[in-house]
Design a protein around this ligand. Structure first.
Ligand SMILES: *Cc1c(COP(=O)(O)O)cnc(C)c1O
Length: 456
C-alpha cells in the first residue's frame, strides 16, 4: 500500500545512479542503423568522428545494459540530483480522482530543465578528448543554456545557433547563454553556407530547429577537427544520459511503496520522455510488468501521431546522417507554437521504433488545452511548468479523469521536464485569449513528405 502522508520522495546524493540505462540491451528487435547521407550505407565510427568525441560515438552504438557514469559527472549532478519525486495530492483532491498522480521534477537543475543531465555528460567527454569548442543549435534556448552552463563548468567554449524567432521573442534565455560566457547567434545567420542559402531564398526566414542544426553541424564539419558538435536530444547517447531520471524514479516509487500503471512524457526529440520511461520499459521487457507509456506532442507538430516512419535527415539542409524515425519531412517548418522545444520535424529513432512496435502510445493536443492543464496544475501544486511539459500534464489530467469515470485506482507518473519561468509571455498570451490553436498543417506536411530521401 502506498503511504498516505508524503508529498515528496527524496534520495541522498549517494543514491545518484552509478550507471545510465541503455535500452538497446533489452529491445526485442535491434535498432536500425544510421545511414550515411551520401552513400546510404550504415555510418561508421570514422564517419562520425569529425562531429563527436569517441566516447559518445561508442555509447551511440553500445548494447551494454548499464554504462558507468564517470565520477566527475556524478560530482556535477550532485548540485541538483537526485531530483525530487512528488505525489500531487492537492491536484488529486481538486480532480476528485481515485488515481494517484506522481511527477518527477527536473526543473530543479540550474537551467530549469532535464537538459543539463546530458549537457554535463557531453561536455565532459569532449573535454576528456581535448576538445576546446563545441557548436550546437537551440530552439527556445533551453538546450543552448544547458550546454553553455556545462561549457563553463568544464572550460569548453560553446557557440549556439538559436532559432531566430526565439532569439527575438525569448531574449532571457539568450541572456542566460551569454551569462555563462557562450556565444549565441540568431539562426539563420550569414556565417554558414546553410544559413546563407536559406536567407537567399527567404531573407525574412524566422528559422527552425532543422536550419539551426544545419548551421551548427556545418561549423563543426568545416573546422578541421577543432570544433565538435553537440545535440540536445534525438540521439541514442543523449536519451541514455537522461535515464538518470527514470533510474531515480524507480527507487522513489519503491520508497512510496507504489508502482505506475502509466508513465507519461512530452516528446520533442524524445529525451525527457525516454529518460523517465526507458528504465520502466526495461522492467516491462525483463520482468513482464504491464506498464503503459505515453508520448505527448503538439497538434501542430505531430511527428509520432501523423508522421511517416522512414529514413530522413535530422536537419533541414540534409547534412546529417539519415535516421529511421517518425518524421514530418526534414523541410517542414512547424507553426510558431510556444512550446518551442517540441517544434522538431523528427523524433528519436529509439522512441520511434518503440512506438512503431506498440510499446509507447502517442497523443497530440492543442496549445490552449495544454495551457489550461498547466494552469490547473500551477494552482494546485504551485509549480509553473514549461509549455512543453504542459503537454504531459494535460495527458496526466486526462488519465486521472478517465480513472475517475471508470472508478479506477490508476497510478500515473509523469516527467515535469522543466519550469516555465522563462515562458511567462506565452502564459500572458493564453490569459489574454490571444493564443492560437493551429490546425494540423496537413498540406505543408504532405508537401514535405514528398522530399523524404529514397532509401532502398
Ligand atoms: C527541450 C525540452 C523538451 C523537449 O525535448 P525532449 O528531447 O523531447 O525532451 C521538453 N521539456 C523541456 C522543459 C525542454 O526544455
Amino acid at each position: 500500500m502506498p503511504d498516505n502522508q508524503h508529498i515528496k520522495y527524496l534520495l541522498s546524493e549517494d543514491e545518484i545512479p552509478r550507471a545510465w540505462y541503455n535500452i538497446m540491451a533489452d529491445m526485442p528487435n535491434p535498432p536500425l542503423p544510421v545511414l550515411h547521407p551520401g552513400t546510404k550505407q550504415p555510418v561508421t565510427p570514422a564517419d562520425l568522428a569529425p562531429l563527436f568525441p569517441q566516447a559518445l560515438i561508442m555509447q551511440e552504438v553500445s548494447t551494454e545494459r548499464y554504462i558507468e557514469i564517470p565520477e566527475p559527472i556524478r560530482q556535477v549532478y550532485r548540485q541538483w540530483r537526485p531530483s525530487p519525486l512528488y505525489r500531487a495530492r492537492r491536484l488529486e483532491k481538486a480532480l476528485d480522482t481515485p488515481a494517484r498522480i506522481y511527477y518527477k521534477y527536473e526543473g530543479v537543475s540550474p537551467v530549469g530543465s532535464h537538459k543539463a543531465n546530458t549537457s554535463v555528460a557531453q561536455v565532459f567527454y569532449n573535454q576528456q578528448e581535448g576538445v576546446k569548442k563545441i557548436s550546437t543549435e537551440t530552439g527556445a534556448g533551453q538546450w543552448g543554456s544547458a550546454l553553455a552552463m556545462a561549457g563553463t563548468l568544464f572550460g569548453v567554449d560553446i557557440e549556439v545557433f538559436m532559432v531566430k524567432i526565439s532569439y527575438q521573442q525569448k531574449p532571457y534565455r539568450r541572456s542566460m547563454i551569454q551569462a555563462y560566457g557562450a556565444t549565441v547567434h540568431a539562426s539563420p545567420t550569414d556565417l554558414t553556407d546553410a544559413g546563407r542559402s536559406i536567407l537567399a531564398k527567404d531573407p525574412e526566414n524566422q528559422g527552425s530547429l532543422g536550419i539551426a542544426i544545419s548551421e551548427a553541424v556545418e561549423v563543426a564539419a568545416k573546422s578541421g577537427g577543432t570544433i565538435k558538435y553537440s545535440l540536445g536530444s534525438v540521439l541514442n547517447h543523449v536519451l541514455m544520459h537522461q535515464t538518470v531520471i527514470g533510474e531515480e524514479a524507480l527507487l522513489q516509487m519503491a520508497q512510496a511503496d507504489d508502482y505506475p500503471d502509466v508513465v507519461i512524457g512530452c516528446a520533442g526529440g524524445g529525451s525527457n520522455l525516454a529518460g523517465l520511461v526507458f528504465p520502466f520499459i526495461g522492467e516491462n521487457f525483463r520482468k513482464g510488468t504491464k506498464t503503459r507509456f505515453l508520448a505527448i506532442e503538439p497538434m501542430s507538430c505531430p511527428s509520432l501521431t501523423k508522421g511517416t516512419y522512414a529514413y530522413d535527415f535530422g536537419d533541414t539542409i540534409g547534412m546529417t546522417p539519415l535516421l529511421k524515425m517518425h518524421t514530418l519531412g526534414h523541410d517542414f517548418i512547424p507553426p510558431g507554437i510556444h512550446a518551442g522545444g517540441l517544434r522538431y520535424h523528427g523524433m528519436s529513432p529509439l522512441v520511434s521504433q518503440l512506438h512503431a512496435e506498440g510499446v509507447i502510445e502517442a497523443r497530440a493536443y492543442h496549445q490552449n488545452a495544454i495551457f489550461e492543464a498547466a494552469t490547473i496544475f500551477a494552482r494546485n501544486e504551485g509549480i509553473i511548468p514549461a509549455p512543453e511539459t504542459a503537454h504531459a500534464i494535460k495527458a496526466a489530467l486526462d488519465e486521472a479523469l478517465e480513472a475517475k469515470a471508470a472508478g479506477q485506482e490508476r497510478v500515473i507518473l509523469f516527467n515535469l521536464s522543466g519550469h516555465g519561468h522563462f515562458d511567462m509571455q506565452a502564459y500572458d498570451a493564453y490569459f489574454s485569449g490571444k493564443l492560437q490553436d493551429y490546425e494540423y498543417p496537413a498540406a505543408a506536411i504532405e508537401e514535405a513528405q514528398k522530399k523524404l530521401p529514397q532509401v532502398v
